[in-house]
Design a protein around this ligand. Structure first.
Ligand code: GDD
Ligand code: MG
Length: 360
């Protein structure tokens, strides 16, 4: 099994991340300045996986323009753009012609330290039609609950069980290694869910699916609170991604004074921070952000070209590119502000707000 291919599912609309995903598709949302999908590609490359199929649909241009044919990354990228969403199994059936043998499937919104080479070994050893990466969570109701025996053999897959009804705590962590014959079980020409249809059908037909349970770092980035948690974990080094935790990034070189910087903080190139401002802990500033005198930013992620006016405060929030926060304005915890939105001087944004210029 030398050449395992990879299919990455990136067709979802990212509704739970709105308004961020009005201007940026979920896979291109940055993790410490780099599109999440680019970070995933790096992980694949390191595991020796260079033949990648991207099953996209929503805002595909942002993806195709960034990655092209993959040669810049020394990879081969094939795109399949769905005009209407085909579902998580329909998307696989749709790229059947490009699949030559066993293949990985990745949900496109998972940040994890899973060792892909170890998963290939596991799959070989078990010899089933598929191996599913599982992790244990306290409340499986937002996930696919997977029941398996001590040998790993899976006997049930229950997508989003109503709270309190899940038969166990191991959940589908969104990485599968499948044999090509799994594609035969997916009907063509209509949307099909791998979680609700294909996996239950394979189990009912007696096909062997195995559980690869690990205790890796794992988070689904599809919710704003998880997006902030993921950054906190990356900044703390719990999820190994940055070279070393502390005060990191190309923007550090431009700092005139570090007194107001509370680690951990990541600063991208071209950011400027007034020495009287307080930035951190757990703050990421994208490229060319400007933080003016007396401003305070805590526990927040700002994308590129964001301007924080004098004495403004931002707490536990996500600000997309081009956002302007006026002088003395306050952005309350849990807020998400979409591309280019302007918060006027002195305005107090209530905690948990969603602000955007987007007109539906
Ligand atoms: N190409 C394509 N077409 N991709 C799709 C489509 C589609 O029609 N629908 C969803 N996707 C992609 C999304 O972009 C995302 O990367 C992935 O498939 C999973 O979709 P989500 O919408 O994020 O699903 P979820 O988070 O509610 O649940 C899934 O992930 C959980 C782990 O985070 C399920 O697989 C659960 O079983 C799992 O536990
Ligand atoms: Mg998800």
């Amino acid at each position: 099994m030398s050449e395992v291919q990879a299919i990455i599912l990136v067709g979802g609309e990212g509704t739970r991340l709105r308004p961020l995903t009005y201007g940026t598709p979920k896979p291109m949302v940055p993790i410490a300045g780099v599109p999440f999908l680019a970070r995933s590609m790096e992980r694949l490359y390191e595991a020796g996986i260079t033949d990648v199929i991207l099953a996209a649909g929503y805002m595909p241009k942002a993806i195709t323009e960034y990655f092209g044919d993959g040669s810049r990354l020394d990879m081969r990228i094939t795109y399949a753009i769905e005009e209407t969403p085909l579902g998580t199994a329909g998307a696989l059936k749709n790229v059947e012609e490009h699949v030559r043998g066993p293949f990985f499937v990745f949900n496109g919104d998972i940040l994890t330290s899973l060792d892909l080479r170890a998963m290939i070994q596991y799959h070989k050893k078990k010899g089933g039609v598929g191996s599913l990466h599982l992790i244990e969570v306290e409340d499986p109701s937002a996930f696919g609950c997977v029941v398996h025996d001590a040998d790993g053999a899976i006997s049930a897959f229950i997508e989003k069980p109503p709270p309190g009804t899940a038969p166990g705590n191991d959940i589908n962590a969104g990485t599968y290694l499948l044999e090509r014959e799994v594609l035969d079980a997916i009907p063509a020409g209509r949307p099909v869910s791998i979680e609700r249809e294909t996996f239950p059908q394979l189990i009912a037909a007696g096909k062997k699916l195995y559980a690869h349970v690990t205790n890796d770092y794992w988070i689904d980035l599809g919710r704003p609170e998880n997006y902030l948690t993921a950054h906190r974990d990356v900044l703390a080094g719990i999820m190994p991604l940055l070279v070393e935790p502390g005060i990191t990034g190309e923007g550090v070189a431009g700092l005139r004074d570090r007194r107001g910087i509370v680690a951990p903080v990541h600063l991208d190139a071209g950011t400027t921070i007034d020495p009287t401002a307080t930035v951190g802990p757990n703050v990421v500033l994208g490229r060319a952000c400007h933080v003016e005198a007396g401003a305070v930013i805590r526990e927040s992620v700002l994308w590129d070209d964001v301007r924080i006016g004098p004495r403004a405060t931002v707490e536990e929030s996500i600000l997309a590119s081009g956002v302007c926060v006026g002088s003395g304005a306050k952005v309350g915890a849990g807020s998400v502000v979409g591309h280019g939105y302007v918060i006027a001087d002195g305005v107090e944004v209530a905690p948990g707000s969603r602000l955007s210029e987007h007109k539906k």
